[in-house]
Ligand binder design. Sequence first.
Ligand SMILES: [Zn+2]
Length: 98
Amino acid sequence: MQSKNDPKVTTRLPLPQPLPMHQSPRCGAKTRGSFLCRAPAMPNGRCRMHGGKSTGAPTGNQNARKHGHYGQKAIEERRELRALIQGARELVEDITGD
Ligand SMILES: [Zn+2]
């Protein structure tokens, strides 16, 4: 009698014709074994293990100019301060008569 764990017993029977799930697009990513991945592809063309679930890289440069010397707030503060200093200089010139 053959048991379920007998290597000669196979549960994979050849199908007379491929089912629709077998005809779905494949991932095609290169695997570590240098073969192509044969897992079914998700809408973006890759399988669940090769980026199919990924929505891609974050949009925009999220690290740019959020804070610090070149942030919009800091630039605006320096601009206002420069205008204030210029106004004070003009006032002093008016008073001293230069
Ligand atoms: Zn894949």
